[in-house]
Ligand binder design. Structure first.
Ligand SMILES: Cc1cc2nc3c(=O)[nH]c(=O)nc-3n(C[C@H](O)[C@H](O)[C@H](O)COP(=O)(O)O)c2cc1C
Length: 174
């Protein structure tokens, strides 16, 4: 069993594509890539490092317990767990032109839930190079994880991923 995991939702779109590209760069570092629904939460205790991937699809959905919001389901199931001594990094997909007031908001949701369980967050990423008016996914000039915009800036994605993974290797001491 691997010690580190890339967990993502939803499959079949930009989040999965980014997860694959991140995984390609981290394969040799004991990282497994699993979609959230296939993930057995009993594995959490055996896992040291987590990379969580999410898309923002309507800012309100992430706090709604209904529907097929599997991230919500994951955080309900792990509500009483401690993530102490575990490291977390996030990547979030969004669209800064169509949703400038809510760009990658879901990164803020992941941060909040992981902090509640006392996990350590690494992989913050500068807001320079993106154009948006507001985001729950950023504070003090940094996103809480890697922001990716496949709708408006897809040509920048490979370099962003490469730099971010290099940053993670240092911050996660891989
Ligand atoms: C209905 C809908 C709502 C969206 N809302 C937001 C939003 O509030 N903020 C944002 O940054 N992107 C938003 N997006 C853009 C998606 O996050 C983006 O297209 C992402 O790459 C989708 O990832 P996926 O292909 O894995 O689903 C929205 C997209 C859709 C279709």
């Amino acid at each position: 069993m691997k010690k580190n995991v890339i967990l993502y939702w939803a499959p079949g779109g930009n989040v999965e594509k980014a997860a694959k590209n991140i995984h390609d760069l981290l394969k040799d570092y004991d990282f497994e890539m699993i979609d959230l629904v296939s993930y057995d939460i009993n594995q959490i205790n055996n896992t040291q490092r987590f990379i969580l991937g999410i898309a923002t699809i309507g800012a309100e959905i992430w706090r709604d317990a209904k529907g097929d919001n599997y991230w919500n389901d994951f955080f309900v199931k792990t509500e009483n767990m401690s993530f102490k001594d575990k490291q977390f990094a996030f990547f979030g997909l969004g669209d800064q032109v169509l949703y400038p007031d809510h760009f990658v908001d879901a990164l803020g949701y992941l941060k909040e839930e992981v902090e509640k369980r006392n996990g350590t967050i690494v992989g913050r990423w500068p807001v320079e190079g993106y154009t948006f008016t507001d985001s729950e996914g950023a504070a003090d000039g940094k996103f809480f994880g890697l922001a990716l915009d496949e709708d408006q800036q897809d040509s920048l994605t490979p370099e962003r991923i490469q730099k971010w993974v290099a940053q993670l290797k240092k911050e996660m001491q891989l």
